[in-house]
Each structure stands twice: as C-alpha cells, then as structure tokens.
Design a protein around this ligand. Sequence first.
Ligand code: SAH
Ligand code: SF4
Length: 341
Amino acid sequence: MKKTDLRELSLIGTEAFAADLGLEKYRGRQIFQWAYGKAADSIEAMTELSKEVRGLLSQRAYISKITEVKRQRSTDGTEKFLFALEDGHRIESVLIPEEDRLTLCISTQVGCGMGCTFCLTGKGGLVRNLRSSEIVNQVLSVQGGLPDGRRLTNIVIMGMGEPLANYHHTIKAIEILTHPRGPAIGAQRITLSTSGLAPQIRKLGESRLNINLAISLNASTDEQRNLIMPINRKYSMDKLLQACREYPLRRRRMLSIEYVLLAGLNDTPEDAHQVARLLKGIRCKINLIPFNEFPGSPYKRPSEESVLRFQEILAGHHFSAFIRKSRGADILAACGQLREE
Ligand code: SAH
Ligand code: SF4
C-alpha cells in the first residue's frame, strides 16, 4: 500500500487519517502539530507519541521533504535556494532579509503556463503544479535552517508559477501555514501575487483567508497588456479591475498593484496618467518594478529618470508608489528571473 505523506494532510485530513488507524481524535491533532508546527522530519521524531503509535504510523505514513541542492548568496544578502522535488524536478525559493523583516518568496508551480513575455519562469511553459506539501516544505526547510532565534516574518507567493492556476494546493498550503497548530504565520504576513485570473481572485476573496493580494498589472491599456500577458485576452483589464474592486479588504489594508516597467513599452508619462485613471477608487499601493534583465531577454530596463518620473506622476494622482529594488539580481534571484535549473 502506498504510504500517506503527512505533509499532504490538513488538520481535518490528519484527524480522519488517525481515526482510520484506530487512534483517538486528539492523536490527529498531535500528529498535525508535529508534522507542521514542530516540523518533525520523521515519524520517529514525534516523541510525544508512544512507540506503538509511531510504529503503526510508520507502516502507513511518512513525511515528505524537499532537498536543498544549491544555495547562492547575493552581494545584497538575498539568498536563493534550489530545491529538488521527490520526482527530480527543481524549484527555487528566495530569502530576502531586510532591517525589520525576513521574507521568503516561494514557488507554486514548476515553470508557468501563463506565457508573459518578460518573465524567465514562463519561458519553458508549465511543467506541473506543486502539491501543497511541496509549497509548505519550502517554508519549513528554510525556516529549519535559520540560525537560532531567527524566524521568517513574511511569506510572498511570488516565486515560480501562477498561484491561482494551482488554486487548490496553494489555498491548502496557506491554510496549513497560517494554522495555529502549524507554522502559525499570520495571514496578514502572507502576500499572494497573481497575473490576474479574475474568477479565482473572486474565489480567494470569498475564502476569507484574509491574506494580502498583489496584482501584476504591468500595462496601461488592454492593447499593451495583450501583447505582454496572454492571460489578458481571457480576462481583460476591465474584468480584472472589477474583481479588484470587489476584493474584500480589511480595515487599513490595501491591494498591491505590481507594475513591471519595460523601457519604451509601458513606461511613458502617458502610461502613468492612464494607470492612475484605471486605478481610481481602488484602495491600493503601487510597486514599480524596473524590468530585471536575463540572458536573452527581449526588453530593456528603463532609465532611473523615467522610473522616478513614473512614480512622481502617480504620486501627483495621490497614489503611493514604491520602486522595488532588484534584490538578488546578481544571482538571478530577482522578480521574474527564477526558472527550473
Ligand atoms: N505569477 C505571479 C507571481 C510570480 S511573478 C504573477 O505574475 O504575479 C512575480 C512578479 O514578478 C510579478 O509581478 C511579475 O510581473 C514580475 N516579473 C516577472 N518577470 C519580471 C522581470 N523580468 N522583471 C521584473 N519583474 C518581473
Ligand atoms: Fe507566470 Fe507570473 Fe511569470 Fe507571468 S509573470 S509567466 S504569470 S510567473
């Protein structure tokens, strides 16, 4: 019989599994807590359980892991982890230390099927979705390797892949990561970034997970967006922005709008004014991401001057716009530079 991966089970799933083995309900909770909250890497390590229970569990279950195969450190302190999955595919996660934060950027797919023309991850297409265990294991693996006393403070779901195209596993992973008996990361410290799958944005809003949402807008007109993000032909900006308007935001929370600046394509003053018009009435802040070049990339990074001008115009329309630093660009760890190595 194929063994069950305990890292693939929600709390309810773990309780059902324990019941199936003839164990009491509270055992399920204990096992969940060991598998995620205490990040046990084997059933043997679950010392709160008796030898008999561990023996029974070992016959039917195991704890999956992802293997760190490479770790690179950027001159700015950013670290990129290359992980091998059990079937040999590889994914990347990026650890970003800042003064008051320690953020991990995680992947949700091997590759990506959305085909955005400015993104290296999308170049090879979608290989496969990650399972929730593979999403959670990125967090547990990096967290486990931190020096004593250091903890991840924030998670951004902005690595390889389109998280809302792998909706089920991504949501399950978030439910586990935020569970008080699991890693217990606050939902307000998790941000999911999407290229704009409007129906799934609605569904996410209805889920009441209360995580932060970032939208990769990246264009000021449908014509432009059709050119660089094929998803726009399915969900036009109109539909996307309508879903944004309807996304339930808690008090004092804002949507993030990501805008990759591509020299000569979407970075003119007219574009900035048009973006401000589009976003009118949407409670959001805007992150400007000057294009990160990669070998063979078809676009150029705009001049600093045009980036600043873009920011100023948005500010003139009363939008807070931030310029994202390209952390980790020297090791191809910046936005859009991740891929299956
Ligand atoms: N698939 C999701 C999340 C991963 S991409 C999404 O598209 O939102 C994370 C962010 O990197 C997105 O905002 C995307 O627009 C941006 N990005 C992709 N390629 C980039 C590049 N070459 N330079 C700068 N940002 C890029
Ligand atoms: Fe996929 Fe996001 Fe890259 Fe587009 S920008 S190809 S959606 S990872």
